[in-house]
Design a protein around this ligand. Structure first.
Ligand code: NAD
Ligand code: MG
Length: 413
């Protein structure tokens, strides 16, 4: 690679953001970091600015931005510190950048990621929620503005690597029979179903193979993460739901597979370390060092596979249902899930209430088409409001006891 790439990293203080900077730091001269963004972690952002000297840093609110600015100026750096959602959109679409790593967690990532698409950037997409909420709008915007997209999610990056080069969105025409989307099954794959009622946020976040942010860790424990990834795969690879088979593979060594009509199955394997897909996407179509250790096949020794259990993992079923319904329903699923995960992490609902809440919110929402970003954002807002109403109805406020639902948690509105 000869030309220096100019990067904005959205969500640089998170798990994906830090892994991205780790890869970038291994290749001085190949990448120039132009903008970094975070929500409120001033300390980590300060350290990143000291190391990478970006011309721009964006914090979520004015107070954090002010604190960061004071510290940077005291340290003699002239980084421009901005705040707010418009500033995130601005740094995702600066004329001096060519590449955007979209690694904000949740629905908050959608507007800056779309701004990058509207300005024809090369987008490295970790923020799967953008595709889940606004798959059609996002893919149309990419095409319209000649933006390009490479998946960072390890499964989708593996599928991309296993598809023919220059794949044009025609699976059948490329001889593909189906996509095999692997899932670890998370920390609760084998625990007694009764025990799920009492699991703690710490247990849910203790993923057996991957170290990730807390939201995606809970999503992995409920397997909503895999559900969101089915929707993500649908949009990325133009794959109908019945062509996407989820395969539980507890070792997380095979990151996903593509089966062809001649019976060949191509897979991408590697240690579970996000620096591999990040380095792949950063250097594509070339390859570069990522810092990831060689895969020790003798240590891995065996690879296991199981079919997913919808009874244990109702969130996976709900995601398939949202994809089949289309329109606003994937955005509703995503918003209800974000609220449910947040209140579970805060100790306000039990783990088993997460799918109940999402299903009730979906059932009480009318299906509608969402032709544009405004429609998507409205669906997101309304679903969050419905989710909060659900909470108000179902959590016993008077006892002040966290995680104690008032009813059997089956009542919808
Ligand atoms: P994280 O929680 O570790 O980091 C999230 C980043 O987003 C942080 O920099 C945070 O400051 C920023 N952020 C959070 N809320 C924000 C808001 N409201 N406005 C602006 N910035 C905000 O999350 P993560 O694990 O790095 O995941 C990031 C994205 O990548 C998610 O969409 C996740 O699904 C996806 N992803 C992560 C992994 C992984 O291994 N961590 C793997 C595949 C996909
Ligand atoms: Mg993944």
């Amino acid at each position: 690679m000869t030309k220096t790439r100019h990067l904005t990293i959205l969500g640089s203080t998170g798990s994906i953001g830090e892994s991205t900077l780790d890869v970038v730091a291994r290749h001085p001269g190949l990448y120039q970091v132009v903008a970094l963004t975070a929500d409120r972690n001033v300390e980590k952002m300060f350290e990143q600015c000291i190391q990478f000297h970006p011309p721009y840093a964006v914090m979520l609110d004015a107070q954090s931005a002010e604190q960061l600015e004071d510290r940077l100026h005291a340290a003699g750096l002239d980084t421009r510190v901005l705040s707010g959602i418009e500033s995130l959109e601005k740094v995702a679409s600066l004329p001096e950048i060519d590449t955007v790593m979209a690694a904000i967690v949740g629905a908050a990532g959608i507007r800056p990621t779309l701004a990058a698409a509207r300005t024809g950037k090369h987008i490295l997409l970790a923020n799967k929620e953008t595709l889940v909420m606004a798959g059609r709008v996002f893919m149309d915007t990419l095409r319209q503005h000649h933006a390009t997209l490479l998946p960072i999610d390890s499964e989708h990056n593996a599928i991309f690597q296993s598809l023919p080069q220059h794949f044009n969105g025609d699976l059948a025409g490329s001889g593909v029979r189906r996509i095999l989307l692997t899932a670890s099954g998370g920390p609760f794959r084998t625990v007694d179903l009764k025990m799920l009622e009492t699991v703690t946020p710490e247990q849910a976040c203790a993923h057996p193979n991957w170290v990730m942010g807390r939201k995606i860790s809970v999503d992995s424990a409920t397997m909503m993460n895999k559900g969101l990834e089915v929707i993500e795969a649908h949009w990325l690879f133009n794959a109908e739901p019945e062509k996407i088979q989820v395969v539980i593979h507890p070792q997380s060594v095979i990151h996903s597979m593509v089966e062809y009509i001649d019976g060949s199955v191509l897979a991408q394997l590697g240690n579970p370390d996000m620096r591999t897909p990040i380095a792949h996407a950063l250097s594509y179509p070339e390859r570069m060092e990522s810092g990831v250790q060689s895969l020790d096949m003798f240590k891995v020794a065996r690879l296991d596979f199981e079919s997913p259990d919808f009874k244990r993992f109702p969130c996976l079923r709900l995601a398939y249902e949202a994809l089949a319904a289309g329109g606003n329903m994937p955005a509703v699923l995503n918003a209800a899930n974000e609220v449910a995960v947040e209140v579970f992490l805060a100790g306000r609902i039990p783990f088993t209430a997460i799918p109940v809440m999402i299903e009730d919110v979906m059932k009480s929402t009318e299906r509608r088409d969402v032709p544009d970003l405004e429609g998507v954002l409205l669906a997101d807002l309304q679903a969050r409001a419905t989710a909060r109403e659900w909470l108000a109805c179902n959590i016993r406020q008077s006892t002040g006891q966290p995680g104690k639902p008032a009813s059997s948690l089956s009542a919808g509105q």
